[in-house]
Design a protein around this ligand. Structure first.
Ligand code: URP
Ligand code: ZN
Length: 451
């Protein structure tokens, strides 16, 4: 059935326009001037009146973990994570597959796609290299055949810690085949810092203090140098420090657009102060929360669009697994997929004057472009998927646990006052969320080939 979205302020690539959007067969079929009589042009079409709200492309969250990451269960699986995503205007996510010990890369991809069958958002996958990457590299043609061109590597993580030489080996192979997302924290700095703290310290600020800014800075400079040498398109995952923001500024000023940053709301909103006391474990992720100066520098970087991709690293664990642990054993990761677009609409657009076009670039188009999903995703254009989110700037509200559409039992954004609200999400031309109620069916999302 044809649906017309009328009376919206659509955020198109080249500006905000009062237009009518015609949705048909899951795609945007036409963009019409507001005075066109859509009922005459498309007799019997459904009408959705946006009531003057902003209409933006459905969000693309380039970094989520929906279930099955490590030994402790992630609170959201693909279905509950999808519901949370849709509640906040996100219609596409990029998740990860990482082979287990000795596991064949294709088997790992098969298992991950099988998990993804429950998804109600469209999803793509990153392939994560492990320390066994020499066995994995020859499988790159098969991985590409599976529709995966987004690669990820870590400088420091269990089973996936790679050194500069390893990065060079990897980038020499993948530089002309896809993109590389890097979790950048220099292992030797962290290992030395850990010697200064009691290993069983339940003071979670130790997580932050043992992973200082300099660890991120050294790792970023190192992988950047290799990316430059090999001509690899590099994105730093979850940039968390003022130093990393400054490196991107420097590179941008020098015209290097092959190097970009991703960051997440928690790094702009919270500091290691939140990690103090008995509830500190609820604010643990890697890289960790840092100082107010870092949070402010990152928000500044958003306002200047020095950060290209605003994602979440959504990786929530239930309180039972977080509380009562120490800084070495706490499962790291927090929620974010539901609040991501809401947060930037409130804090960057309405409070700090970011343009709606920039909001759209950073919350959807840039990720879609970097991962080769554009123009199917990330833009309101004729022929693109009919994935839309409505944002009402006039509503103010406080995010509570009653709003949580996923399966998390706490949120770092619980009690957070927000300006503006995502009131409706449309995916593939169907309304899948209205006023917080998600109606998307389990399994209605599809796997997307990145290019
Ligand atoms: O603490 C985090 N970030 N957990 C998720 C894994 C990752 O590094 O992306
Ligand atoms: Zn992550």
């Amino acid at each position: 059935m044809v649906t017309a979205v009328i009376n919206g302020k659509a955020v198109l690539e080249h500006g905000v326009a009062s237009v009518s959007l015609i949705l048909d067969g899951g795609k945007i079929r036409a963009i019409l001037a507001p005075d066109c009589d859509v009922s005459a042009l498309y007799p019997g079409c459904g009408i959705i009146d946006a009531g003057g709200q902003y209409v933006v492309p459905g969000g693309v969250d380039g970094h989520v973990h929906f279930g099955g990451f490590g030994s402790v269960p992630i609170a959201d699986d693909f279905y509950t994570g999808s519901k949370a995503a849709l509640a906040g205007g996100t219609t596409t996510v990029v998740d990860f597959c990482e082979p287990g010990e000795g596991e064949d890369p294709l088997e790992c991809i098969r298992v991950r796609k099988d998990f993804g069958r429950d998804s109600a958002v469209d999803y793509a996958l990153h392939y994560t290299f492990t320390e066994d990457y020499r066995r994995e590299l020859p499988r790159i043609p098969d991985i590409l055949d599976q529709g995966i061109t987004a690669f990820k590597a870590y400088t420091y993580y269990p089973r996936t810690s790679l050194l500069p030489g390893d990065f060079r080996n990897i980038m020499e192979v993948i530089h002309d085949k896809g993109t590389l997302l890097v979790h950048a924290e220099e292992k030797s700095i962290i290992d030395c810092m850990k010697e200064r703290f009691h290993p069983e310290s339940s003071d979670m600020t130790a997580l932050s203090l043992t992973r200082p800014n300099i660890a991120e800075k050294i790792a970023v400079e190192s992988v950047l140098a290799i990316a430059r040498e090999t001509g690899t398109r590099l994105c730093i995952a979850h940039a968390s420090s003022r130093e990393t923001a400054a490196i991107r500024r420097r590179e941008r000023m020098a015209g290097n657009e092959s190097f970009i940053l991703e960051s997440c709301p928690h790094y702009m909103q919270f500091t290691r102060k939140s990690m103090e006391g008995p509830r500190g474990a609820l604010y643990t992720m890697n890289p960790p929360l840092r100082a107010r100066e870092d949070a402010d520098a990152l928000m500044e970087a958003v306002l200047r669009e020095d950060i290209s991709i605003l994602s979440t690293d959504h990786c929530p664990y239930s309180k039972q697994y977080k509380l009562g642990t120490n800084y070495e054993t706490v499962p790291c990761g927090v929620d974010g997929v539901q609040t991501r677009m809401q947060y930037y609409f409130s804090e960057a657009v309405l409070k700090r004057g970011l343009s709606m076009e920039a909001f759209v670039r950073m919350t959807s188009s840039n990720a879609a472009k970097f991962y080769g999903l554009y123009p199917q995703k990330g833009v309101i254009a004729v022929g693109s998927d009919a994935d839309l989110a409505f944002f009402d700037p006039a509503l103010s509200w406080t995010y509570t646990m009653e709003d949580v559409a996923g399966a998390t039992d706490y949120s770092i954004f619980e009690g957070f006052p927000l300006r503006g609200r995502c009131t409706r999400t449309i995916k593939g031309g169907e309304v899948v969320m209205e006023n917080g109620v998600v109606t998307a069916k389990k399994g209605s999302g599809t796997f997307l080939f990145t290019k």
